[in-house]
Design a binder for this molecule. Structure first.
Ligand code: FO1
Length: 324
């Protein structure tokens, strides 16, 4: 294997040909992926995205996490909601509501173009991987954005004896039903593109996404967890919990409902020895005894610069770990 080097020079990081794979779910994952895309040459960055949230709606195949990563890397994501498109209009959904159609899941007029195109290409027999590549090409996104699998892999939520489809729980019931268990599908296989990306990865970064409904669904796809254990020289995870809170979404509430302590250390324990280096926010300074496998930094990505800063510091910490 040729020697890949990520060299730190006095003017910061210079990436040569290190190959980096980022595992991402919704908003937090998309932000870090966007920061990495500013630093890492496109040919060296692959984002593997959760598809457990995908579902059929109004006859369309909707892939929320793929779309959030895609729109964020294309600079067209809706910053307020964290999903869908910026500058959106809602005329179609307003009419769907007037016609008594299902209006609990809001699909913007521009966003609908994505679902219509994706559904059409899938109906012609293209794989989700090929369709995602097609959409990224037309959105001028260069890094590879890969669905974790080309098979449906729906995440289900068990709550008070009910088994809820993910979007029913997350959107229709506003993630209020207490989560007793997350049910992940069996026998879902990773695509060749995902396996190849992980087999050649020098560094895998687990983004600050929800460990239970964004990252676990990816690790649940065969043989992703095993490849993470075997291949990369370093697996780095960024905590989605800061100061006992989730930056966005249900992660903290789920941890409470599943009887876990709501803290960055609890997330580190949850990932266990799959992760070599755990990045947590400086608000939780002191939570980890400095064992070298945990590094504190300002992990808040409030804007574009924040995303690049965090991405740079995560790469920097990962390189230090690698060279230590
Ligand atoms: N989340 C909501 O809370 N309400 C919505 O109406 C909604 C619509 C929607 C449309 C497209 C899309 O890609 C995402 C959308 N989301 C909505 C967010 C989505 O449920 C989440 O992004 C993921 O499934 C969890 O990360």
């Amino acid at each position: 294997m040729t020697d890949h080097r990520l060299r730190i020079t006095d003017n910061g990081l210079r990436i040569t040909d290190y190959r980096i794979v980022c595992l991402a779910g919704g908003v937090g994952g998309a932000k870090l992926a966007a920061g990495l895309a500013h630093i890492v040459p496109p040919a060296n960055l692959t984002v593997i995205v959760n598809t457990g949230d995908d579902f059929q709606h109004l006859g369309l195949t909707v892939c929320p996490d793929l779309d959030t990563v895609m729109y964020t890397l294309a600079g067209m994501a809706n910053a307020e909601t964290g999903w869908g498109r910026a500058g959106e209009s809602w005329r179609t959904m307003e009419m769907v509501a007037q016609l008594g159609g299902p209006d609990w899941f809001s699909l913007g007029d521009l966003d609908l173009a994505t679902h219509l195109t994706r559904t059409q290409l899938l109906s012609e027999g293209q794989t989700l991987t090929a369709v995602t590549h097609h959409l990224c090409t037309h959105l001028h996104i260069q890094p590879a954005i890969l669905p974790m699998s080309d098979q449906p892999a729906p995440t289900m939520i068990e709550s008070d004896g009910r088994i809820l489809p993910f979007q029913t729980w997350f959107v229709r019931e506003r993630w209020q039903p207490p989560v007793s268990k997350i049910i992940l599908p069996e026998d879902v296989k990773a695509t060749h593109a995902v396996v190849r990306a992980l087999e050649t990865a020098d560094m895998v970064i687990i983004a600050p996404s929800n460990p239970f409904v964004s990252i676990d669904p990816i690790l649940n796809v065969y043989p992703i967890r095993a490849l993470l254990e075997d291949v990369p020289q370093v697996v780095t995870a960024v905590s989605p919990i800061i100061g006992g809170q989730a930056v966005k979404g249900p992660a903290a509430k789920m941890m409470q409902e599943m009887g876990m302590e709501v803290s960055a250390t609890a997330v580190a324990r949850y990932y266990g020895d799959l992760v070599d280096l755990f990045i947590y926010d400086r608000q939780d300074e002191g939570a980890f005894e400095e064992r070298g496998e945990a590094v504190a930094m300002d992990t808040m990505m409030v804007d574009g610069d924040g995303r690049v800063r965090v991405a740079k510091e995560v790469l920097h910490a990962s390189l230090n770990f690698l060279e230590s």
